[in-house]
Write a protein that binds this ligand. Structure first.
Ligand code: ZN
Length: 473
């Protein structure tokens, strides 16, 4: 860092802010809104009777909300006595105006409960020298915030942000680089040949209904559409709307020749639908290494050919294509026991569709008013391609993922997250995890997780929790 800046910032390192008290006690309405946005259905947060009978003996707040309760509101000015705020202000004055969160490590001494008033103090742990990063030249600012209820320490958060100079990073969008292969725009794919026999199928696709033909005579179900039943030859045919649930029967990853309209590597799966037939489709939202024969899949749609092309309505009409991604698994209702876990267990994959609603709602339900998380115009003005997910929402989604695998009475000790590629609306983040350690004598389990999107790894890290010693049965 420049020596003048160094002289001003270095004395702030090691300093602590005055205690800051949350505006409201921990409360069920905020927890309920948070659970709604994150889609976390763990009943220990919202169902009083369930929570009372659980290991928690009453309602508890989602641990990922530890650093939400005392957050300043939209109109709150920066506190000049806060060394982190002072360091950020000094860096901004030197042109390091862009901010991204890069690490957040939450450690829990105990859970918070409704009615408790949180107060906190922040210590500025470090401001790095200037580093060249993919985003730009900047400084990492690391703080530790300790949370208390009265004199009782409930947890802490290590929080690291990168303050960088906009426009000094490496060029984005490596897929647009010359020589990266054919144009991946899905509108470049050949259009389907639509005729009287398959019109119902393509009409259904436009309405995002996967219509599967069945025979009125023998009840056979088959794909692709045909003018006559494949089994009995009857011409009395109907269709049903498939549930969209299936499993992977087989797959391939063709490399050559590469065709326009596809982003490589492309995964092609033979999908066994629960209606009893199979169809060939693209498998999306995961990597080749994630594929397992028999893995559960769910339907998603690609609107490949738009209704309007170059300002004019395409008389051939829009096209939508069915695709499949790993299926989100239901929440476990009876908590896993530590003796049911082994050190190499894999968690099931979980897709998280990233929508503007999730990004904006997640930011507001974690009381993070930074404009680029909810205001697209401001995000564009800051050089982002769209609003992007905040780290608190990411932590909430990871916690939901691991809790849904472990069960409602798993007790969180820590979650450590490192952020990478941003989560933008329209993308899908796929979460995967694996057990790294399980100690039967203490119940302590460590899970490594990774959430990836079409750009790369959005979040990597570890979760530490306690599981009961023996199964509920
Ligand atoms: Zn038939």
């Amino acid at each position: 860092m420049g020596s003048a800046l160094l002289d001003q910032v270095k004395p702030l390192i090691g300093r602590s802010a005055p205690f800051h008290t949350a505006p409201d006690p921990v409360n069920l309405p905020m927890a309920r809104h948070w659970c709604d946005v994150i889609d976390d259905r763990n009943p220990v947060y919202t169902d009083e009777a369930f929570a009372e009978a659980s290991v928690f003996h009453g309602l508890v707040a989602p641990p990922a909300m530890l650093d939400v309760w005392d957050k300043p509101g939209l109109q709150m000015a920066r506190d000049p006595d806060n060394p982190q705020s002072a360091a950020l202000t000094l860096l901004e004055a030197q042109g390091f105006t862009s901010t991204v969160a890069v690490n957040s490590d939450l450690e829990h001494d105990r859970y918070l409960r409704p009615g408790e008033l949180v107060h906190s103090t922040l210590t500025l742990e470090d401001v790095s020298d200037e580093k060249q990063t993919a985003l730009g030249a900047g400084h990492f600012v690391t703080s530790r915030i300790s949370y208390f209820v009265g004199a009782d320490k409930v947890g802490s958060v290590l929080f690291r942000v990168l303050k960088f100079r906009p426009g000094t990073g490496r060029a984005q969008a490596p897929s647009a680089a010359p020589g990266a292969g054919p144009d991946p725009d899905p509108a470049k794919r050949p259009r389907p040949a639509i005729n009287r026999d398959n019109q119902f199928f393509w009409d259904g696709a436009r309405a995002h209904e996967l219509r599967i033909q069945t025979c009125a005579n023998c009840d056979a179900t088959y794909f692709p559409p045909s003018p006559r039943c494949w089994t009995c030859g009857s011409m009395e045919l109907r269709w049903v709307v498939a549930s969209g649930r299936g499993s992977l029967y087989s797959w391939a990853a063709p490399h050559h020749p590469q065709a326009a309209g596809f982003r490589y590597p492309v995964l092609v799966g033979l999908v066994a639908l629960e209606e009893g037939t199979r169809l060939i489709s693209n498998i999306v939202g995961c990597e080749k290494e994630d594929l397992r024969v028999g893995m559960p899949l769910e339907l998603t749609w690609l609107d490949s050919h738009p209704a309007v092309v170059e300002g004019a309505t395409d008389s051939r009409g829009p096209v939508s294509l069915p695709q499949f991604r790993p299926a989100r698994q239901p929440r476990r209702e009876a908590t896993l026991a530590v003796n049911e876990v082994t050190g190499d267990d894999e968690l099931p994959l979980c897709p998280v569709p990233i929508t503007t609603t999730l990004v904006a709602g997640g930011a507001l339900m974690t009381r993070d008013w930074f404009d680029a998380h909810h205001d697209r115009d401001m995000a564009l003005a800051r050089g982002s391609r769209d609003v992007f997910m905040n780290i608190h929402t990411t932590i909430g989604l990871v916690q939901r993922y691991v809790s849904d695998w472990a069960g409602p009475e798993a007790q969180w000790k820590a979650i450590r997250v490192r952020l990478g590629a941003p989560n933008y609306p329209g993308d899908t983040m796929t979460l995967r995890g694996a057990v790294r350690a399980a100690d039967p004598s203490t119940g302590a389990v460590t899970v490594a997780f990774r959430g990836s999107n079409s750009i790369g790894d959005h979040a990597t890290g570890t979760a530490e929790l306690l599981l009961p010693g023996t199964g509920a049965a």
